[in-house]
Design a protein around this ligand. Sequence first.
Ligand code: G3I
Ligand code: 9MR
Ligand code: ZN
Length: 575
Amino acid sequence: MKKLVPILLCCCLLASCGAPSASEGPDTPPETPVSTPGEQQNATQPEPPPTPETVELEDFSLMEGIQLDQLGYRPSDPKIAVVPAETLEFRVVRLTDGASLLKGETGAPIFSAASLETVRLADFSALTEAGEYSVVTPDGKSHPFVISDNPYTELRKATLDFFECQKCGVALDLGVWSHAPCHTTPAAVLDADGKPTGVELDVSGGWHDAGDYGRYIVPAAQTVAQLLMGYEMSPNPDEDVLSVTWFEIEWMLKMQDAETGGVYHKVSCKNFNALDQMPDKETAQLVICPVSATATADFAAAMALASRFYPEQSETLLSAARRAWDWCLANPDAPGFKNPIGVVTGEYGDSSSSDERFWAACELFAATGDETCHEYIKNANTQTGLGWQQMGTFGIAAYLFQAGDKADPDVTERLRSRLIGSARSILDSCETDPYGISLGTNYYWGCNMAVGNNAMTLLLADRLEPDEAYQKAALEHMHYLLGKNALNQSYISGFGEKAMQNPHHRLSVAVKATVPGMVAGGPNADTSQDPKLNATRAGEPPMKCYIDDIESYASNEITIYWNSPVYFVLAALGM
Ligand code: G3I
Ligand code: 9MR
Ligand code: ZN
């Protein structure tokens, strides 16, 4: 292996010695300039003041094996890069002048079961000076990153602005992404067999779910909850979260059946349209799929939660929530949702609605003190999860943080211990993973949502029982998304030197301009789930089953509910 050979930019030394450069061994402390053999040192001259060594960054090529957050770190944050097992030493070099401000040795080798590689950690937490840097090893340099008071300011804004680009039913005036109102025609309600019931409804509005233009209640509920909770838990909340989120809530209200209180599972066309089609060009018949228990319970929960953010709408929201909850009570055994015959768009199938019901009971109890809901919670199994299939942790958070005096001590203790237990087990996974995250070897379609959601669980636990370890681990999850991973890939469009740029996102594909601030689904070890992924990544280790290609919907699509946990984490951390 090459030795890291810095150049001493020690003007006075160079001037006095006439030497073009000086080299040093890897163990020489950076603050001690050394001279090259043959140099004539004048013993009577005073020692020159210590000057940082410099490194000619242009002499080093980019090294994919040095993996770190491509945005950066706050001065007091832990700062850890992952490097190959062969790398024993590293420096952190300032981009503006090549000054080598920190020099260190890497840690012991660690095996990553997710990338099937042995790596080492380069800890440069001691560097706290603001600036723009690169980690440099004898074999190459990392992507640039900053140390600053808030490297994530723009990112947080972009992850929220993204929701403007997903708006349906209205004209968008967003530069290259502008379009006329889309999906405004009446939608035909289908029965479970896919036959039109004869009923047509106006359900315009809301956000397109993802790279496709469907609008689905279940993921919408998760997204609304995470955006509003991000607002609530932020030390520096973004005021526009309320108006941004209201756009979705208004649409959700339209999806409730006026007669029964049940909530339609989704609205879309029967098939996905072409990948390069703008929203207003998708003009096929819109269809509404039947009411489902998961959609109805999620809706009840999300509306009850929303009622505390919109005081002027609180009655409307609570009465909608109540009617949906009554539907749930009247339909205890409703089967899980399946796409009716002939409909192939997003299914969001889920055989169990018990976690959604648990969440709804917790939100309604917190909002109204309704004792029947309280009884329901007392008799229900505690549920966890923050992703569209498993929503229990939202219920736990509602009960622990919003029920106040109404809470029952036994229930509180049961839910407290469940939340802390979840967070502790996330921490345990982080400890055995060189990348410091909690997925283990479980990389699947949309697992970047789990990266964000696990960070959110940690921050909820931190709110309950503050512990620095929670915030630190949550931040490592953000670093993973921003490049500290085996592919050296930032999964967020527009952020990081190697940022995702070819999302499976119709609006971006249609105009050949990628919306910034979108979170990709991420690696998916079941490469058979899309042809492009399979053709390019089959047989790769789990953390590497990803391709930044517009065709790879099973690894490179984007969704509203992959952005919302990331937004939550940035807001809750005040970043
Ligand atoms: O949860 C299990 C996990 O425990 C297991 O270890 C792993 C390994 O097999 O599988 C995990 O389940 C996966 C599940 O997502 C997790 O949420 C399934 O394999 C996977 O097939 C499933 O993918 C879903 C995909 O639709 C296909 O149904 C994604 O979550 C979901 O986000 C995605 O949603 C689509 C919509 O239908 C349409 N709009 C775009 C959106 C994103 O691609
Ligand atoms: O574009 C669709 C994407 O939004 C979905 O997540 C994905 C899985 O349901 O399906 C995509 O559509 C593809 C379809 O399933 C198969 N033919 C190619 C489509 C992509 O253009
Ligand atoms: Zn639309």
